[in-house]
Write a protein that binds this ligand. Structure first.
Ligand SMILES: [Ca+2]
Length: 325
């Protein structure tokens, strides 16, 4: 299908937010083995891959821009919601099959290949006005080709991943379990790189640089994440912050932009929900914190942020997964 322009139901990102959008955006503001055939051209051999200390021998392979996450098990969620915003109640979770995950968030230039093929609708574009949040959108923003494609609805994220034009064919949005396991590994790390929220080169969060910048553009006041300064008040390029990669080498699972997952938000999984799945087409889930995350509980890899699926925000982008080749 060809969707040359943004559908009319896209809603702008506003400083003063509707209840649902406020949870999606302000939530981040205040934070905020398959044995395949012969490898496809460009496929990266996985060899022995590790996840949080466990070693899994596998011959599974992924397209060259993806990373293998071996099967395993971990404790998903958090026992205390104060440590990971709206995390699922802690429970053992088995991940039965290995899967491939995009090494980086989807960039503007990658997304443009899909729109050029007529398979994707354009994200909401950058608009140099500080009256709403679109000044933080990257589509059509000069110099932002390597930055994440943000300001996309769930449907646009889903359509991008499902496009058959990717290396190796169609992909899909990750499930909540797949996203969280990639970020936390068998050790259930708190952040993609480990358990310490330290090292300003590891992630793009809302440090002093962010609070200062947003103040200059009259955006709603944000208090910086205590002690953090990463020199990126807006998004970072998708291949930035290699020091914060997961053990498998997946970048920016913590920070930069959050990422849509496949499922609708299921309030029954948590006692902390207020929004229901029937609201305006459903509530989706954004994982990973963002460049506007300013509290540790919103940066926690178990944190979940809710968003109306027909809404968008500059803090929301895309990362795809697929089965191994
Ligand atoms: Ca930052």
């Amino acid at each position: 299908m060809n969707h040359p322009t943004a559908p009319a139901h896209d809603r702008p990102l506003r400083p003063h937010l509707a209840p649902g959008l406020s949870r999606g955006v302000l939530g981040l503001l205040v934070l905020a083995g398959c044995h395949g055939p012969a490898p496809a051209p460009g496929a990266r051999p996985a060899g022995e891959a590790t996840s949080g200390g466990a070693t899994t021998a596998t011959t599974a392979r992924c397209p060259g821009d993806m990373v293998l996450v071996p099967a395993g098990q971990f404790i998903i969620g958090t026992a205390d919601p104060r440590t990971g915003f709206d995390g699922m109640p802690a429970r053992p979770q088995v991940v039965a099959s290995a899967y491939c995950m995009d090494r980086t968030e989807v960039s503007v230039e990658a997304y443009r290949r899909c729109t050029a093929a007529g398979a994707c609708a354009e994200p909401v574009p950058f608009h140099d006005s500080h009256g709403n949040g679109d000044f933080l959108c990257n589509w059509n923003r000069p110099g932002a080709d390597r930055h994440p494609a943000n300001c996309v609805t769930w449907a646009k994220a889903q359509a991008y991943c499902a496009w058959s034009g990717h290396d190796g064919g169609a992909r899909r949005l990750p499930t909540e379990v797949e996203w969280e396991f990639a970020a936390r590994g068998t050790a259930a790390r708190t952040y993609a790189w480990g358990n310490e929220l330290a090292g300003d080169d590891r992630a793009n969060l809302c440090g002093a640089e962010c609070a200062e910048y947003l103040h200059t553009v009259d955006f709603p006041a944000i208090t910086a994440l205590n002690g953090w300064t990463d020199r990126s008040p807006r998004t970072s390029p998708v291949d930035a912050h290699p020091a914060g990669a997961s053990p498998e080498g997946i970048l920016n699972l913590t920070g930069n932009v959050g990422e849509w997952v496949a499922e609708r938000y299921d309030g029954s999984t948590t006692p902390y929900s207020e929004l229901r799945v029937s609201e305006q087409g459903g509530i989706g889930v954004i994982r990973g914190g963002s460049m506007l995350s300013s509290t540790p509980r919103h940066v926690h890899a178990a944190a979940r942020n809710r968003e109306i699926v027909t809404s968008y925000a500059a803090t929301e982008g895309i990362r795809c997964v697929r089965d191994p080749l």
